[in-house]
Design a protein around this ligand. Structure first.
Ligand code: COA
Length: 321
């Protein structure tokens, strides 16, 4: 038994911001950003929220799957940038789309969050608890990015992607691997509200994303290929047999490094970071939806999804479309 993706959807904020526009905010250039990251632009919210973007993406995934919101049994939202601490974004999406019969909760594993949520849904189905799930990755990172920090504000974008998954007897998810290493938490960090109550004086808070870019870069280039190979081994497959590698869209040079280590040509690594930048947990489902709607994925193809991010976390999933 496994799960199969039966519908995909995505939603991006209306406003697009080019590298040139960012060069008007911090000391950088289109040339530097493109050369070091492959990013040419990103979408930035001027009002869209994690829940509104996720709800849009979810409705599109449901429509493509030919399912009604009321049929959804499990609704997961992967996010590290929810607007509100309570209720969770998944419950807000549930209300917006009318998924009244679903159990809804959030998963936060940063940029690997969508994959961790997908695996959670797989485990619920495998355990016989549910037969379907609607899973979104949604971020409005523009509110936690420091727009004065040229090391990070050039990288991130806002958006959401979603998939509808259904229990299946053959194909679907063939192998899954997840890893977390909390010892490397400071490499990519964003503070939240600090302890403050009648008994504790509040400490100075920094609630913006802080990153050791080189550390994250070398983690990704080393760990992602190992994790993909581990997931492929579980599925009884090798990198040569994979049609498409849909990876977290963080940096073109990271993807090139991963392709090199796996010994696979770059044409099997589709990318959209030129247009959308790094949208954290939304990156994989947004790219998957774009490929799906362009007809670039066909039934029976073997696809590897793999993401990494703050935690540090890393995951890979092998599936037969
Ligand atoms: N524009 C121009 N110069 C910049 C810059 C920018 N946006 N950001 C940093 N620099 C400068 C630095 O200040 C430094 O200058 P110095 O040599 O005078 O000190 C120089 O460029 C090199 O900085 P460095 O941080 O070593 O660059 P890099 O080649 O490692 O590239 C990243 C920086 C962030 C692009 C790269 O480390 C990266 O992509 N890391 C992975 C980050 C990531 O993907 N995070 C999300 C994971 S989910």
């Amino acid at each position: 038994m496994s799960i199969r993706i039966v519908g995909t959807g995505s939603a991006l904020p209306e406003k697009q911001v080019t590298n040139e526009e960012i060069a008007g905010l911090v000391e950088t250039s289109d040339e530097w950003i493109r050369e070091r990251t492959g990013i040419g632009g990103r979408h930035v919210s001027t009002g869209e929220t994690v829940a509104s973007l996720a709800a849009d993406a979810c409705m599109k995934a449901l429509e493509q799957a030919g399912r009604k919101a009321g049929e959804v049994e499990l609704l997961l939202v992967a996010t590290c940038s929810p607007e509100d601490a309570l209720p969770c974004a998944a419950c807000q999406v549930q209300e917006k789309i009318g998924a009244v019969n679903a159990v809804a909760f959030d998963v936060n594993a940063a940029c690997a969050g969508f994959l961790f949520a997908l695996h959670t849904a797989w485990a619920y189905v495998e355990a016989g608890i549910y037969e379907n799930a609607l899973i979104a990755g949604s971020e409005v990172l523009s509110k936690i990015v420091d727009w004065n920090d040229r090391g990070t504000c050039i990288l991130f974008g806002d958006g959401a992607g979603a998939v509808m998954v259904q229990k299946c007897d053959t194909g679907g998810v063939l192998g899954f691997v997840q890893h977390s290493d909390g010892r490397k938490g400071s490499a990519l960090f964003c503070g939240n509200r600090q302890l403050a109550n009648p008994y504790v004086r509040p400490a100075a808070a920094d609630s913006y994303v802080r990153m050791d870019g080189r550390e994250v870069f070398s983690f990704a280039v080393k760990q992602v290929p190992l994790t993909i190979e581990e997931a492929l081994k579980k599925a009884g497959l090798t990198p040569e047999t994979v049609d498409l590698f849909v990876l977290h869209q963080a940096n073109r040079r990271i993807i090139e490094g991963i392709a090199k280590r796996l010994g696979v040509e770059m044409c099997r690594f589709p990318m959209n970071l030129d247009r959308v930048g790094n949208t954290s947990s939304a990156a994989i489902p947004v790219l998957l939806d774009e490929l799906n709607r362009r007809g670039q994925i066909s039934r029976g193809q073997v696809i590897v999804l793999s993401g990494f991010g703050a935690g540090l976390t890393c995951g890979a999933c092998v599936l037969k479309w």
